[in-house]
Design a protein around this ligand. Structure first.
Ligand code: FES
Length: 75
């Protein structure tokens, strides 16, 4: 697995669980694949948590079509 070459950031990253939808990642992040490939370096990403996206780990909106329901409150 390769290591990231980017510098650490002091900016915080937050992950917000969306009601009936994806995880919203805000902050300077790299989304890295299982083989170490950087899929995306960004300040905003939406990650699938319903399991139906055809573009995992990213949300492609399939949660709406599939009727994914979760209040996003934890537990
Ligand atoms: S959460 Fe949007 S496609 Fe899964």
């Amino acid at each position: 697995m390769s290591e990231s070459t980017s510098q650490p950031s002091n900016e915080s990253v937050t992950i917000t669980v969306g009601a009936d939808g994806p995880l919203e990642v805000s902050g300077p992040v790299e989304i890295i694949a299982a083989d170490g490939t950087v899929l995306r370096a960004t300040s905003k990403a939406y990650l699938c948590r319903c399991g139906h996206s055809a573009n995992k780990p990213f949300c492609d909106g399939a949660h709406k079509r599939e009727g994914f329901v979760d209040a996003g409150l934890g537990g």
